[in-house]
Ligand binder design. Structure first.
Ligand code: TRP
Length: 329
């Protein structure tokens, strides 16, 4: 079976956009591939989180993905730093990664601009560590969004370079992969663009009912249709798109009709939308809380993932050491 590897940065909670995007992809992939999903805590050290934040974020992200249905029996779900082999592979791979190409990486340049006081070596070698995450398990496929395409391109380059230098075909050259158009793009609440982390634009799975209500009631609309059957403006279309994923078709049709007849009251529409989002979120939110409270379950999941991931990692590392001439006496 083909292998998929994907890393999850432990920053911030999942919002509805993530849920109907990355998470839905993961749930489908875990049925179709041999998946390795890990929480990239080594990578997040490049931004210097406090120890409490790092740990809490790892826990939160893990609980959220499990609550959404990521299944430790079907996939290998682990924490990157539980598999120290990746650090050694990254060291070995760094010997054939060149300063110039690392400095030219867009994500490095962006980060250097965002945190000029902290342009550390980990930021520079970020793509080497990411490549190591991927080739460690000989992944065939890596689901990547636009922002990670270049990093995957670097992975392909590093893996290919290794094969070339050592005259081997040991590493699989991974392909980028997504289910693409099949997914609904979830818009934000600020009138345009998709849901993201920026303030006020996102609704999180972990949000309480009150917070959801507040955010939805504040969502951007327009001044209302003045002509019968006019097309939906972008902010209103965005609210309808959200309704389409959480409300019943009847509800959506009701508000479409009201808009068409110029009788729409955005207050009513938002109230309904908030209610339906709350209803949709409630079971997921409860699950997140239950999982977070269950230390025994969490440590079992983490240990299981670690053991499976290390088995695969140790095999790769043994082979790689031998290929490059680090041999047992
Ligand atoms: N860089 C990825 C991100 O920021 C996270 C990541 C780390 C990753 N290692 C990976 C993704 C390996 C895919 C494969 O989202």
């Amino acid at each position: 079976m083909q292998k998929v590897v994907s890393g999850i940065r432990p920053t911030g909670n999942l919002h509805l956009g993530n849920y109907f995007g990355a998470v839905k992809n993961f749930l489908r992939m875990q049925e179709e591939y041999n998946c390795y999903f890990f929480i990239a805590d080594y990578h997040s050290l490049t931004t210097h989180p406090t120890p409490e934040n790092l740990h809490n974020n790892v826990r939160q992200v893990l609980a959220e993905y499990l609550a959404c249905g990521l299944d430790p029996e079907k996939s290998t779900i682990y924490i990157q730093s539980d598999v120290p082999e990746v650090a050694e592979l990254s060291l070995l791979m760094s010997m054939n990664a060149y300063l110039g190409e690392l400095e030219r990486t867009t994500s490095f340049k962006d980060k250097a601009r965002q945190q000029p006081e902290n342009v550390n070596a980990g930021l520079l070698t970020y793509p080497v560590l990411m490549a190591s995450d991927i080739i460690m398990h000989n992944a065939d496929k890596v689901p990547v969004g636009k922002d990670q395409e270049q990093n995957l391109e670097m992975t392909r380059k590093f893996a290919g370079r290794f094969n070339h230098i050592y005259k081997t075909d040991y590493f699989t050259i991974p392909q980028s992969f997504n289910y693409g158009e099949a997914l609904v793009k979830i818009p934000g609440l600020d009138g345009s663009g998709k849901m993201g982390k920026s303030e006020g634009n996102g609704i999180y799975l972990a949000d309480e009912a009150k917070a959801i209500q507040k955010k939805v009631m504040r969502a951007v609309t327009d001044s209302g249709p003045t002509e019968m059957n006019s097309p939906l403006t972008e902010p209103v279309q965005n609210l309808i798109t959200l309704m389409e994923v959480v409300s019943t078709p009847d509800t959506v049709q009701y508000f479409r009709d009201k808009y068409a007849s110029c009788e729409i009251r955005y207050g009513d529409m938002k109230k309904q939308l908030a209610e339906d989002i709350i209803k949709f979120n409630a079971p997921i939110r409860e699950k997140i809380e239950a999982i977070k409270a269950d230390e025994a379950y969490l440590s079992k999941v983490v240990a299981m993932g670690r053991d499976k991931a290390r088995e695969s990692a140790q095999k790769t590392l043994k082979d790689v050491r031998s290929i490059i001439g680090i041999k047992q006496f």
